[in-house]
Design a protein around this ligand. Sequence first.
Ligand SMILES: Cc1ncc(COP(=O)(O)O)c(C=O)c1O
Length: 405
Amino acid sequence: MEAAEPGAAGRTLATEAVVDLDAVAHNAAALRSAVAGGAAGGGAQLMAVVKADGYGHGIVETARAALAGGATWLGVAHVDEALRLRAAGVDAPVLAWILTPGGDLRPALEAGVDVSVAAGWALEDVVAAARATGRTARVHLEVDTGLSRGGAAPGEWPGLLDAVAKHVADGTVQVRGTWGHFASADEPELASVAAQLDAFEAALATVRAAGVDPGLRHHANSAGALFVPAARYDLVRCGIAVVGLSPAPQLASAADLGLVPAMTLRARLAHVRHVPAGAGVSYGHTFTTARASALGLVPLGYADGIPRHASSAGEVLVGGQRRRTAGRVCMDQFVVDLGDSSDAADVVAATAAAGDEVVVFGPGTAGEPTAQDWADAAGTISYEIVSRLGGRVPRRFTGTAGVPA
Ligand SMILES: Cc1ncc(COP(=O)(O)O)c(C=O)c1O
């Protein structure tokens, strides 16, 4: 058995997610230069979207590294996420875009957090918080350009703008941005992509007609920023590309886009056993060994974010070789078919031992699978693989980008 590595608190690390902050900074810089504009200069600013704990990578560390790489804005879903950034001393502009009626927005305003407004009730909540704190509320107006998710419907937009104009005039509200969100920027040739931009242009015209300056115009997520140049406007909101994964793997891999996946998920084999042909493996015996097999136990399961849908499909790197999960992924563990234990030439099967390192996914540069490979194995998207990584898996940060001196 290999020597165990001590964890941060001196314990043995069974699992860890290593996050390369220099990769995050690199990705932010790559995105910045991709949207920097042509010879005329200008170009869009980069908002690093760090909601959901920085897509599982650590919200504060990922935010700092992205800012070090050239992001000038941060984006989150909930006000509490923005407040977490502020509590850690991150003072860059930050936008939170999911509000619910009656929420107390005073802490957001006091912390200088911009909030999204998409309905009359949200405007009223924001104005109430502005009056209570004596601060001007900084808002980004969200219009639904065709996603039918958040955003004011086109029919509600003019009425909302009349109310906004009144509060801009009385000094309670400042409009810092106007925005929409794509349904299918990862399929840029679809008619809906152009239609959403047309709808956004019409919405911007209505803002101006109401006598309101739209502020920063933003409509692009990672796929929009990379594949729909017309959608870049003043600011692009990128999440998945900042952590180094492709928003549209069918169009371009992370490597094609010059992105470096920032997270490596590692574990150590908790057990190795040798079984004969015909052994049923894991719950429900959905996998049966076809030959004498070495089986390795990986101490990660669906409670840690390993998708159960990747049972008997997802692969890991053990002893420098790719090996596949055998049978169902359980809550805390899954089994890997290490190979043919009757074949002396199968070095992994012959030599694997408890304590050996397993790389579940990483950048892919040393032969390990990527988060995208796991997404493919589970029939999902890489976003889900990294953002669902559970709180039980310690994060360890490498690199120096954005690390406070
Ligand atoms: C409103 C909004 N903008 C931007 C993003 C970032 O998207 P992506 O990770 O595809 O760049 C998201 C994420 O889902 C989002 O909800």
